[in-house]
Design a protein around this ligand. Sequence first.
Ligand code: AMP
Ligand code: GLY
Length: 426
Amino acid sequence: MKVLVVGGGGREHTLAWKLANDSRKPEIFCAPGNAGTAALGTNVAIKAEDVEALAGWARAQRPDLTVVGPEAPLCGGLVDALEADGLRAFGPNKAAAAIEGSKVFSKDVMTAAGVPCAHSAAFTDPAQALAYLRSQPVPIVVKAEGLAAGKGVYVCGTLAEAEQAIREVMVERKLGKAGQRVLVEECLEGEEASILALVDGENLVMLASSQDHKRVFDGDQGPNTGGMGAYSPAPVITDALWPEIENKVFRPTLDQLRARGIVYKGVLYAGLMVTGEGPKVLEFNCRFGDPETQVVLPRIEGDLIPALEACVDGTLNPDQVAWRPDPCVCVVMASGGYPGEYEKGKKIAGLARAGAKPDTIVFHAGTSVADGAVVTAGGRVLGVTAFGADLPQAVSRAYDAVSAISFAGCQYRKDIAARALARGGA
Ligand code: AMP
Ligand code: GLY
């Protein structure tokens, strides 16, 4: 069996690792991959955004399954192109991926479906956006409509900050086309968590809860990043919340999409704020989360390929996913300066020693191989992941492995899972 994983980050190394361990022992290809995926299979030198080149490669190589990691190729229609060639692809088609590709569409679906979320208004005219802002209380949130690599959301404590955000996005067009329209949104308060669900067009299976750490510095300070660490399960998602999330978030959203002629297949990711009024949706993503995948997928017992194929074929059932109960923690080691400018090409030491520690897996993100050595090649470099019998043990194992690894300028958060530890662990 041939499997193509599209993408080259920590999420994709985790997917490739899980798929490579499937009992069918598939041959893994990863485009473009990283040093971690190169050790599991073959890297294909095509960028994840290059839908045409990926479709061309797949047409010639005929993978039995393609698993698409990032949002860009999903929103760019890669799954549509592969399906048109009679190939099996895990992920939503272009129309369904708009749940992430357009925040205005996503909000429209949520509102029509009655999904709990922040009140908001959409604008294409900056003057109207500013006038509306001035009628609203602060804090307030300004969001660019389109894909902006995690940079499109401004949580503003003051009116002046919100006005500045409108100017940057709508007038100066700092985010390009993504800022043609903005949403001005009520600021929700509470604790965040991510729930990913496998969806086969009709049926859904919610995966274990997790929590990301989006800010770059300890104590949730500094700018937003792609995610500096994660843990699973997230105790903020109590047992009582599961039916609510299924019945008030996922089912109505999928029903509403279906009513619009859109069949959703793949992963649907709900970014939730657990507020005093219950869970509300901050955003939907059309893919696995990064770094949530690094802590959720290793907790799945046994094979993943049957569940992914069932999503493609419309035959998903909950028995296809079984869970290892132990909590899992991922600490992201990043390049100095990230999420701003950073240098690449720094030699990484200690990978083998870290990976040999008990119940520890070092997932690669921004890495490549140069002269036989693994070097840094991106902002987020590694996702150092460990299990424990309880959360404190998982945290201490992950940090023990982190301390075995070094590269020039390395930075990482020291407080991954602190919120859950403060609750008394998982
Ligand atoms: P998003 O890309 O929509 O998930 O937004 C990125 C981050 O911005 C989220 O993880 C939240 O921390 C924050 N955020 C987004 N929308 C809101 C909101 N309505 N209220 C408070 N925080 C928000
Ligand atoms: N960890 C946030 C995301 O994948 O969007």
